[in-house]
Design a protein around this ligand. Structure first.
Ligand code: NDP
Length: 308
């Protein structure tokens, strides 16, 4: 039986591990589908405090892991395929390898995966001009045109953000009406640097080793055209990686874990959550790390109270 098991090894999970291991709780981290989390998929991280000259996302996460291990965290490179969560614990997790791990306290930090269109050309050019995070990668596209795909609040926010750098921002949306809130939609439509391609879909991202443009198709008349861009930003929403906890943990309609107000407590006693799996609003490395810290402190206090 483990004291604390943390599912997920991104900024939230590993920060929880640093705190829990410093508190001598000997946490076990199950690394999950993407060891190191989403940050390992970006190049330079320029907005993580403490690194004025930027830091490579992968290297940053390796440092998180090393720091957690230095204090006694054990990392298992595996995926949770089944969970059985009980109020007050113990919580049982079955891993892909067949191993079963039991925990008194469980911290869920499984993150969220960006939704992609799923085009082969999109996949090929990931990190070579194809991104799902304007906040992370926008500054690399100074004075060049870029395209944002999607019509939700994220697409509007990212398009507006990108106008600070890019010479022009195209927004390709599959309908002629936005899903975004009225205020965000209006703000984007008023921005002279943003041009909307309504009722259009992306057929192909062009380029071999860097993005050169996108081939789009009108859903009204099937006509196709190429727009020349250097950056491609998918803003199609995110999918939280919480499916394995369905039936136990309360989630909102989009699948994000619902937390007790201003804490990391979930509806199951002894189960805590941190990071993007429970946050569709901020989704930053630093906010995920902050949530991981909170979850570890909540778990520590919960274990302490339980032992009396
Ligand atoms: P949403 O799910 O709201 O929007 C996703 C967008 O991507 C939609 O316009 C959708 O089109 C489009 N899309 C999805 N799949 C495809 C596909 N296969 N092909 C083409 N287009 C596709 O996600 P967001 O990330 O924008 O927002 C998530 C939540 O976070 C929302 O509740 C939002 O309000 C909130 N949020 C709030 C912000 C704020 O208040 N500042 C900022 C960012 C997010 P369609 O519309 O046709 O379905």
């Amino acid at each position: 039986m483990e004291n604390v098991v943390i599912v997920g090894s991104g900024a939230a999970g590993l920060t929880a591990a640093i705190y829990a291991s410093r508190a001598n709780l000997e946490p076990v981290v199950i690394s999950g589908i993407l060891p190191g989390g989403l940050l390992t998929q970006t190049s330079d991280v320029e907005n993580y405090p403490g690194f004025p000259d930027a830091v490579n996302g992968f290297e940053l996460m390796m440092k998180f892991e090393q720091q957690a291990k230095n204090f006694g965290t054990k990392v298992i490179n595996d995926i949770v395929v089944k969970s059985e969560l009980v109020d007050g614990g113990p919580h049982k997790l079955t891993l892909k390898s067949g191993e079963v791990v039991e925990a008194n306290a469980l911290i869920i930090a499984t993150g969220a995966s960006p939704r992609w269109l799923g085009l082969e050309s999109e996949d090929k050019l990931k990190n070579k001009g194809v991104s799902a995070c304007a906040t992370c990668d926008g500054a690399f596209f100074r004075d060049v045109p870029v395209v944002v795909i999607g019509g939700g609040d994220t697409a509007m926010e990212e398009a507006i953000f990108l106008t600070k750098f890019a010479s022009k921002v195209y927004v390709v949306h599959r309908r002629d009406e936005l899903r975004a809130s009225k205020i965000m939609g209006e703000r984007a439509q008023k921005n002279p640097k943003i041009e909307f391609l309504w009722s259009h879909v992306v057929e192909e991202v062009l380029g071999e080793n860097e993005v050169k443009g996108v081939r789009v198709k009108s859903l009204k008349d099937d006509s196709e055209k190429v727009i020349e861009v250097k950056g491609y930003f998918a803003a199609l929403g995110h999918v939280p990686n919480n499916q394995v906890f369905n039936g136990f943990i309360n989630m909102d309609q989009a699948g994000y874990i619902q937390l007790d107000s201003n804490s990391s407590y979930t509806n199951v006693d002894g189960v805590f959550a941190a990071g993007d799996c429970a946050d569709h609003v901020y989704r930053q490395a630093i906010t995920a790390a902050g949530m991981g810290c909170r979850a570890a402190i909540d778990a520590e206090r919960w274990l302490e109270a339980k032992s009396h």
